[in-house]
Design a protein around this ligand. Sequence first.
Ligand code: GLU
Length: 377
Amino acid sequence: MEDLRKKYLKKIKRIVVKIGSSSLTSPVGGLDMENLQKFTGEVSKIKDDNLEVIIVSSGAIAAGLKYLNLSDKPKKYSMLQAVAAVGQHDLMRVYSSFFYKNNKKVGQILVTREDTSKREQYLNIKNTIFSLLELNVIPIINENDSVALDEIKFGDNDTLAALVAGLIEADLLIILSDIDGLFNKNPQAYEDVKLISLVSDINEEIEKIAGGIGSNYGSGGMVTKIRSAKICSFSGIPMVIANSREPDVLQKILQGKNIGTFFIPEENKRITSMKRWIAYGMVTKGSLKIDKGAEEAILKKGRSLLPVGVTEVNGHFTKGDNIMVVSTDNRIIAKGISNFVSEDISRIKGRKEKEILEEFGPGMCCEIIHRDNLVIF
Ligand code: GLU
């Protein structure tokens, strides 16, 4: 088992480490200073070994609640955003002072789903991260909870961390949590549980196991961790889930020790940066249902999506928006950038190229999603 891990850890240069709220807060509320000191010390050690480290850190809301002496999360969204504003600042203050003791500098990047949805801004985030690394600064990233719109939030930092790992082409994503890894059953409910050390295929069984395991404090639990493992796998990046309170956890993972759960990425699956953005950076605005013929053409023959195969248009979207492609049995099989507004697709769906040209002219013809802008799942 260790040998297989080591194979994937051979050429590690750039690592994204995500640390969850449950690892940063103590059971009595507020920031867990001891664990923060441990974590920042371990990150500093890796940095001293000449590795590039990018942190995705939760904990803003948890820190804000303590700072404001609130026992529960406020129900009103704007109030929750205010709590995050207070907590994010407090969290960074603590990070800054612990890293300072290790002779390290930090920089904060706060992002929203809207930022990653715009190509230019998405690339800007990448450039800023690279510049921080060049300046020898440790980037600390969180969702901008104080301004993010509730409806389109990432909501959990597991997904954000996987997106960041893909964006900067990291060699490894480490998710540190309050759990040792993925167990075969919920460890809070059963005693005879076994830690799954290696996952090479994120199949239905793995997703089912994850469905029953939550987290005490963070927003994700195991479901979002498995989702981010899928994103990583699709981007060709290995991922590890491990317990943040395990001594020297980062060092042990990097040495290939058998701790936590290691997710092996799909072979030869590094999709292009453009396609990664389409798949995970952009907000989806609608969907198209397609027939069996179109499904085969895009999945097996690598073709573009044409009007003739579209059977249903859902949602209102415009040219350049991201849309999902759904099969007859309602599976999301692809995502891509639409060349038309949704109303126009409703007019040309199911029609052959010749008919469209005759009735509407060349402006309405023909690829709805070009294969270069189509990501197949
Ligand atoms: N962004 C949230 C925070 O800083 C955490 C999201 C999560 O728990 O994954 O509080």
